[in-house]
Design a protein around this ligand. Structure first.
Ligand SMILES: [Zn+2]
Length: 337
């Protein structure tokens, strides 16, 4: 409920029918403009590969989906559908805005996959198959550690006098350097409409040489980066310099360390000694002895696909559980404390 009462939340998931049904039911509060449901491109590419078994087409599909500019999306999409006549029909079943960044409308913030959610899975790694009390304890203490470490990192950054996260500072510096080589032509000073011609760069000058239109009043650029990332692209930085404006005004509030600090403000409290716990008021559940688990480790029923196997782990087979994709040191089927 904390999430669904807010407008413009982007939900990135796989295409599980249950998630699609839940997100598209207006009673759940996840329909637009409150929620924007987008799909994980890694999952789409994996499903595509399962059906068509074409690695080149799979990689091209990911590349197409990740383009910010519509003209570049069109270019790679054309190449993708030319590989096989069935590909257009396959991808056509998924709404365009739910898989292509260029047609997203600025909700993804450059997040194409569910990797962001999986970082929380990493925090809880190895906690899945332990008894329930150990699971709760492990989840609690790992969350505490996660908050303590992140709070300390942000405080250190603020102490060093930084206003934004280091990756944003690096990105902006990179674009600011590039902005120096752009040629500008004013079209309307009041509305901040400026045409930008970019310099050729890279080996044999294969990159650059493009033309973009910046509209500062609308905070847009035809490269689509300001709309997508809420950051000033090199074109906006160049336009701001010509109009004597501060380009940092075009950086989204979310990237400020002061705002990120708020994420880690809630405080976990240490658990008190058992003697101080309130008396348990609910009925006691008595285990059914006939339902006791048989000897040996229960089999996992999770369905693995090619997304579970990375290039480096492809040849590995675990010496403990005999499954492929990991070794005995990082076996997920063995409980460690
Ligand atoms: Zn731009």
């Amino acid at each position: 409920m904390h999430v669904t009462q807010r407008v413009g939340i982007c939900l990135i998931s796989d295409r599980h029918a249950g998630i699609i049904a839940a997100a598209s039911d207006p009673r759940n509060g996840w329909t637009e403009p409150y929620g924007y449901h987008r799909f994980c491109v890694r999952h789409i590419a994996s499903n595509f590969h399962k059906t068509h078994k074409n690695m080149k087409a799979k990689n091209l599909l990911i590349h197409t989906a990740s383009q910010t500019q519509k003209r570049k999306f069109d270019k790679y999409f054309k190449k993708f559908v030319q590989l096989d006549s069935e590909y257009a029909a396959w991808i056509g079943r998924i709404p365009l805005e739910q898989w292509a960044l260029a047609h997203d409308g600025g909700h993804r913030f450059d997040f194409m996959t569910t990797n962001l959610g999986e970082c929380m899975n990493n925090v809880l790694k190895g906690a899945r198959q332990v008894p329930i009390t150990a699971l709760v304890r492990l989840t609690f203490y790992r969350c505490v550690k996660y908050f303590v470490e992140h709070r300390a990192y942000i405080n250190a950054q603020l102490g060093a006098g930084n206003q934004y996260t280091t990756d944003i500072i690096e990105k902006i510096q990179n674009w600011a350097e590039r902005a120096g080589g752009h040629q500008l032509r004013q079209f309307h000073t009041g509305l901040g409409i400026i045409e930008i011609k970019t310099q050729f760069r890279g080996w044999q000058a294969r990159k650059g040489g493009n033309q973009h239109t910046v509209r500062l009043n609308e905070r847009t650029c035809t490269c689509n980066k300001p709309q997508q990332y809420i950051l000033p692209c090199s074109h906006v930085i160049a336009a701001c310099a010509s109009m004597h404006l501060n380009y940092t005004d075009f950086i989204g509030e979310w990237y400020k360390l002061r705002n990120q600090e708020l994420v880690y403000t809630p405080q976990f409290n240490p658990v008190m000694h058992d003697d101080y716990w309130p008396e348990f008021q609910f009925p006691h559940v008595v285990p059914d002895m006939s339902k006791l688990r048989k000897k040996g480790r229960p089999k996992t029923h999770r369905i693995h696909n090619e997304m579970d196997i990375t290039e480096s782990s492809r040849q590995l087979r675990c010496g403990l559980c005999r499954q492929e994709g990991h070794n005995r040191k990082n076996c997920p089927n063995i409980t460690r404390y």
